[in-house]
Design a protein around this ligand. Structure first.
Ligand code: FEO
Ligand code: CA
Ligand code: CA
Length: 762
C-alpha cells in the first residue's frame, strides 16, 4: 500500500519521539563511549540507587497521586480525562471491505504517528490470550465446538487501529481505513527468517506458521515497524482433556511438543495492512515478553529482551548488518542475522529472608557479562542454555542467569537498560524491583567476559509504610515500563489477580496495594525515586502497554483481564456472579451488572482552564448522573438504609512520633457512597479560667479532623493532626494517653452511621 504518510524511515520526523530516542541514545554512546562514566551526573549511576538529575516534571506528570483502591473502576487524578477507545468485540473495518473485531486481552500497544498529522496515528495493539469462560463459557479444550475454538483463535494476535482525536478531544477509531488490520491466531501465514527458517534441517520450525498467538508485550524499531512477542505459546496445544484451550484439535502445529511455530518475536509494518509478518528465529524462541533497542548510525543494531518465566534470563541480540538511517529496505533485514546473548550476572536473583520483605539479603549491585547463545540453542533457548551452563558448573544457572522474572526491558536516552523483575516467590521476592544495567564503555555491542556490564537495583517494590501519604505507599510486581520525555519512569503493576486483596487467595503482603495500578517515579528533584500512584485499575485487571502520544498529552493504557477470577467462581451467563462489570458497570457499587471486557483506554491531560463539564469523567464507568435540579438521590434499593460502615487497621497503639509524622492510618469500607467525617480527640489537662482562678482540668480536645467523600468499597486514609493538635501531642512528651477516633458516615439520603475506636498514644 502506498501512502504519502508512510515513512521511508523512522527518523524522519521530530514527532516520532521514540524513534528519535533510540538514535539519541546511540549518539551519546558513539561520541562519549569511553568517557560516559566520567560525565557529570552519570558517574553516580551505579553508586546511588535513588536517582540522577534529569529534567523537571512534564505537565502530564504533574498530578495529585490517587489513593489505593479496590473498586471495580478505572480511576485517574482530577484534571485528567479517561475514556474507552475500543473494547473486546468492537467492530472496525478496512477500506477494502474487510470487517474486523478487536481481540481479547490487549497487552502491548505503540502509537505510530502519521507525518504531518499531530492528532492522528496508528495504534499497534496485541492480544495476549483468550478467555474461554467469558467468550463462550466452555473451559475445557475437549468440550468446545469448532466454532468456539475459532472464536478464540480470532481473538488473539494483533490489531492495527487508525485513530484520530475528535472535536471534543477524544480519541476515536477511524473506520473504514486502509490501515485497519487484524492478525489472528490463524491468519495470515507468517514468514520465518533467520538461521532456523528451514524445512530440511529445522522441520519443526520450517519457513512459515499460521498467524501469531500468546502476544504479550512488544516493542518498536527505528525503521517504523512493530515487534510483537509470543510469550506463553506452550498453553495452546497441550492435552485438550486437561487444558483450557485445546487448539491442537484445530491444527497439530499449535502443539509445542511437536512443533516450534510459536514463541518468536514477530515483526509487522503497521503502515502496510498487506505486509507479511516475519518471525525472526535469530532472536531465539523463549517466552518473549518485549523488546527495546539501541541503534547507532552505521553500527550494529542491538535489541534487549526478557524471558517472562520465573528463574529465566535477560537477552540481547547484536545484528550482523549495521543500522543505516533512511535505508528502510536494508534495515528491515537487520533482525534476520546476528548473534544472541544471555546476561550472566555475578548474582542474578534478589533474595529475601521473609516473604513480603523489602530489604534483600543479597547484593543490590554488581557486574556481569553477555554469554553467547549458540545457533543450536535458539529453538528452545531457555532449556538448552540451562543444560549447557549446568554441565559446565553445577548451580550456575540459578546463581548467574536465573532472574526474578523479567517483564519489561526499556532503554533510557543515555543507554542505560532498565529491567522490570516482577517477583519470584522461590526467593521470597514478592514485590519485585527495577534493575539498571550499564554496558561496558556504554557500548551496546560489548559482549564476553572481558567486557563486564555493571548493574544496580534502582527501585524496589513493597510497602513504604502506613505513615506515607496514601498515594505514595509504593508499587509491587512491576511489569511494563515507559519513560516520558523528561525522564520520569512510568510503571504498571501486575500482582496476579488471584493474590490481589479482595480475592480468596489474597496475600497479606499485597494488602496495602489493593488493585493493580499505574505509577510514576520522578528520577530527579526532591521526589526522586518515590512511586506516585497515577491510576487504579478495575477489579482483577492489570494495566499494560502504557504508551504516550508524541505530544505527551495522552497516555494510552490497556486494561487486561478485568474480573479474571470469575472463571473459577462464576456461573456463565449469570452476570451477577461475575467479579467485575467493567467498563460498562462497577461491581463494587452494583452499577449496571455486565460482562467485563478488556479495553484500551486513553488518558488525556486537560488544560488548567478546561471547563468543569470537560473535566469528567476521571473514573470509568462514570457514576450515574444526578437528575438535574435535584439533590443527589441514593442508589436504588438503599432508600432509608443506613450506610454500612466497617473500620479496619486502626492501630491499638500509636507512637506519638509516628502520629506527628503520618497521622492515624485506617481502612474504611462502606457499602454505598458517603461523606465521612473522622475526628481524633483526647481528654487532656487544659488550663481553664484566667489569672489566679486558672485550673488544670481534663478537657476533650480535638487533635485532628478529616472530611472525605468516599465511593463504595474500601478506602485507606489517615487522620492528620491539626497544627494545634501537634502542639498538644508534643506537650505530652511521651506520657501515655488514650485518644478516641469517631467516624461518622452520611449517605446521599442523609442516613448516618458512626463508630468509635480507642487508640493509646504512647
Ligand atoms: Fe504477559 Fe509477560 O506478561
Ligand atoms: Ca507483561
Ligand atoms: Ca504480566
Amino acid at each position: 500500500m502506498s501512502d504519502p504518510t508512510t515513512p521511508t524511515d523512522a527518523v524522519a520526523g521530530t514527532t516520532r519521539r521514540h524513534f528519535i530516542r533510540g538514535v539519541a541514545a546511540a549518539g551519546a554512546s558513539t561520541v562519549a563511549a569511553a568517557s560516559l562514566f566520567e560525565a557529570p551526573g552519570v558517574s553516580d549511576l551505579l553508586g546511588d540507587s535513588v536517582a540522577r538529575a534529569a529534567g523537571a516534571p512534564t505537565p502530564f506528570a504533574d498530578f495529585r497521586a490517587v489513593a489505593a483502591s479496590s473498586a471495580d473502576a478505572f480511576e485517574v487524578p482530577e484534571g485528567y480525562r479517561a475514556h474507552v477507545v475500543i473494547k473486546y468485540g468492537d467492530s472496525f473495518a478496512n477500506t477494502d471491505g474487510t470487517q474486523l473485531r478487536f481481540g481479547y486481552n490487549n497487552d502491548f500497544l505503540a502509537f505510530f504517528p502519521l507525518e504531518g498529522k499531530p492528532d492522528e496515528g496508528l495504534l499497534f495493539v496485541n492480544h495476549e490470550y483468550p478467555a474461554p469462560f467469558f467468550q463462550h463459557g466452555v473451559t475445557r479444550g475437549a468440550d468446545k465446538s469448532v466454532a468456539q475454538l475459532e472464536l478464540e483463535q480470532y481473538s488473539v494476535g494483533n490489531s492495527v487501529l487508525h485513530v484520530k482525536k475528535d472535536a471534543a478531544g477524544l480519541w476515536q477509531i477511524v473506520s473504514p481505513s486502509p490501515y485497519n488490520r487484524r492478525i489472528t491466531g490463524k491468519d495470515p501465514e507468517c514468514e520465518h527468517t533467520g538461521p532456523l527458517a528451514d524445512e530440511t534441517n529445522h522441520p519443526r520450525v520450517g519457513t512459515s506458521s499460521k498467524g501469531s498467538l500468546a502476544n504479550c508485550s512488544g516493542g518498536i524499531t527505528p525503521w517504523g515497524t512493530a515487534l510483537s512477542c509470543e510469550e506463553n505459546f506452550q498453553d495452546y496445544g497441550s492435552d485438550p482433556a486437561t487444558s483450557a484451550y485445546g487448539w491442537n484439535r484445530l491444527d497439530p502445529e499449535y502443539d509445542s511438543a511437536l512443533w516450534s511455530k510459536y514463541g518468536w518475536v514477530v515483526e509487522t509494518d503497521p503502515y502496510d495492512a498487506s505486509w507479511t509478518p516475519r518471525k525472526h528465529t535469530a532472536l531465539g524462541r523463549f517466552r518473549h515478553e518485549n523488546t527495546a533497542f539501541r541503534a547507532l548510525d552505521g553500527k550494529r543494531f542491538v535489541l534487549y529482551m526478557g524471558d517472562d518465566v520465573t528463574n529465566a534470563g535477560v537477552y540481547k541480540f547484536v545484528s550482523t548488518r549495521p543500522f543505516i538511517p533512511g535505508r528502510r529496505a536494508h534495515n528491515l533485514r537487520i533482525l534476520e542475522e546476528g548473534t544472541l546473548y544471555i546476561a550472566s550476572f555475578d548474582h542474578s536473583r534478589r533474595e529475601f529472608a521473609v516473604d513480603g520483605d523489602t530489604t534483600p539479603i543479597t547484593p543490590t549491585s554488581g557486574v556481569g557479562y553477555w554469554r553467547e547463545v549458540l545457533v543450536t540453542e535458539l529453538e528452545d533457548t531457555n532449556v538448552r542454555i540451562r543444560r549447557a551452563v549446568e554441565a559446565e558448573e553445577a548451580g550456575a544457572w540459578n546463581r548467574h542467569f536465573a532472574t526474578n522474572r523479567p517483564e519489561d526491558v526499556e532503554v533510557d536516552v543515555d543507554g542505560t537498560v532498565y529491567i522490570a523483575f516482577t517477583n519470584n516467590s522461590g526467593v521470597k521476592d514478592r514485590h519485585g524491583s527495577i534493575r539498571k544495567l550499564v554496558e561496558a564503555g556504554n557500548d551496546p555491542t560489548a559482549v564476553g567476559r572481558a567486557n563486564e556490564f555493571r548493574w544496580v537495583d534502582y527501585a524496589g517494590g513493597g510497602d513504604r509504610g502506613e505513615d506515607k501519604p496514601a498515594g505514595e505507599r509504593g508499587f509491587s510486581s512491576c511489569d511494563n515500563l515507559v519513560f516520558d520525555r523528561e525522564g520520569n519512569l512510568w510503571v504498571v503493576t501486575d500482582i496476579s489477580s488471584g493474590s490481589l486483596a479482595g480475592t480468596p487467595g489474597a496475600a497479606r503482603w499485597y494488602r496495602y496495594h489493593l488493585n493493580n495500578a499505574v505509577f510514576m517515579i520522578p528520577r530527579s528533584g526532591p521526589n526522586a525515586g518515590i512511586a506516585f500512584r497515577f491510576a487504579n485499575m478495575p477489579a482483577e485487571s492489570e494495566g499494560t502497554g502504557p504508551y504516550f502520544t508524541p505530544d505527551e498529552r495522552t497516555l494510552f493504557v490497556n486494561v487486561q483481564h478485568p474480573g479474571e477470577e470469575t472463571a473459577s467462581r462464576g456461573v456463565y451467563g449469570d452476570v451477577s456472579t461475575y467479579t467485575s462489570y467493567w467498563p460498562a458497570g462497577n461491581k463494587t457499587t452494583g452499577q449496571n451488572p455486565s460482562t467485563p471486557l478488556p479495553s484500551l483506554v486513553a488518558v488525556t491531560k486537560l488544560p488548567p482552564n478546561a471547563p468543569p463539564e470537560e473535566r469528567r469523567p476521571n473514573v470509568i464507568p462514570p457514576p450515574p448522573p444526578a437528575p438535574e435540579g435535584r439533590r443527589p438521590q441514593p442508589e436504588p434499593g438503599r432508600d432509608g438504609a443506613k450506610p454500612r460502615l466497617r473500620v479496619a487497621d486502626v492501630p491499638r497503639r500509636r507512637a506519638q512520633a509516628q502520629l506527628l509524622r503520618g497521622g492515624l492510618p485506617l481502612e474504611l469500607t462502606v457499602d454505598e457512597p458517603v461523606r465521612a467525617t473522622l475526628v481524633l480527640s483526647a481528654k487532656l489537662p487544659t488550663l481553664v479560667g484566667r489569672g489566679r482562678r486558672a485550673r488544670r482540668k481534663q478537657k476533650l480536645v480535638v487533635l485532628g479532623r478529616a472530611t472525605k467523600s468516599l465511593k463504595a468499597g474500601r478506602t485507606e486514609l489517615a487522620v492528620k493532626l491539626s497544627p494545634a493538635g501537634k502542639l498538644r501531642v508534643r506537650a505530652l512528651r511521651g506520657k501515655d494517653v488514650t485518644a478516641t477516633l469517631t467516624i461518622e458516615a452520611r449517605d446521599a439520603a442523609g442516613n448516618r452511621s458512626s463508630v468509635k475506636r480507642n487508640v493509646k498514644l504512647v
